[in-house]
Design a protein around this ligand. Sequence first.
Ligand code: NDP
Length: 247
Amino acid sequence: MTRDILITGGGTGIGRALARHFADAGDRVVVTGRRPGPLAAVARETGARAAVCDHTDPVALTALLAELPATLDVLVNNAGGNTDFTDPGPVTGLEGTAAELALCARAFRANLDANLLTAVLTTRAVGDRLAPGGAVIQIGSIAADQGAGSYGAAKAALTTWNLDLAAELGARDITANVVSPGYTGETEFFRDRLSDTRRESLVAATATGRAGTPQDIAAAVGFLASPGARHITGQVLHVNGGAHRTR
Ligand code: NDP
């Protein structure tokens, strides 16, 4: 059976590997994102259909519906990433000035928008189209378990929201799970935003001695979307090389 798959943030990194994974399995894939360039490249590589959409924007999301098939078998809420590294931390060393509070508010709003709202709004927008036997998979993060400021808090909120989703969708024979990556290299996020020292320390924290690959994450998502995973729902599958244990 050819399945219909929607991958948000499908133009780069993990999303791009997801598009390849499902396209190689013979599924029909739609990839979305805000930048047309990366989406067009993935469409060329995989045969996926590309649709530009900002998943924080309700109007853009309703417009996206016209680009999607009438039913969806798999939704992967992958769009996201740490949008703000300026969040200085909970309280220590802060004076509670308006400027500090404004910085904190900006960091939390940006990361909640990028990592929670994208998934919540997208799932609501396409909810009626999810087919029985289908699967929703959120891309969480190890940051949800380790604490990582507004980014970790947003990913933790996504994981908690997924519990409600799983409870509701179970009656329609649809599963909802989170795949929680650890440090996953070969993505724009880590290539452009992290220092070499930080990258090395993230690898050192793993039991496997390496960064994850986007393909590691795609394989886990593929499993949760497969017939063998029909009795798994409301769960978090950690794909981090054992890193969360060592901190
Ligand atoms: P990338 O930055 O390569 O991918 C993120 C994608 O999300 C981009 O294609 C971006 O496209 C898209 N995106 C972001 N915001 C929006 C939005 N509002 N609307 C539509 N698309 C959006 O990084 P990764 O591949 O690493 O990240 C994928 C997911 O994996 C993220 O949710 C991230 O938090 C998570 N993750 C990654 C880890 C890693 O080590 N790489 C570790 C743990 C979790 P565009 O800018 O064109 O919109």
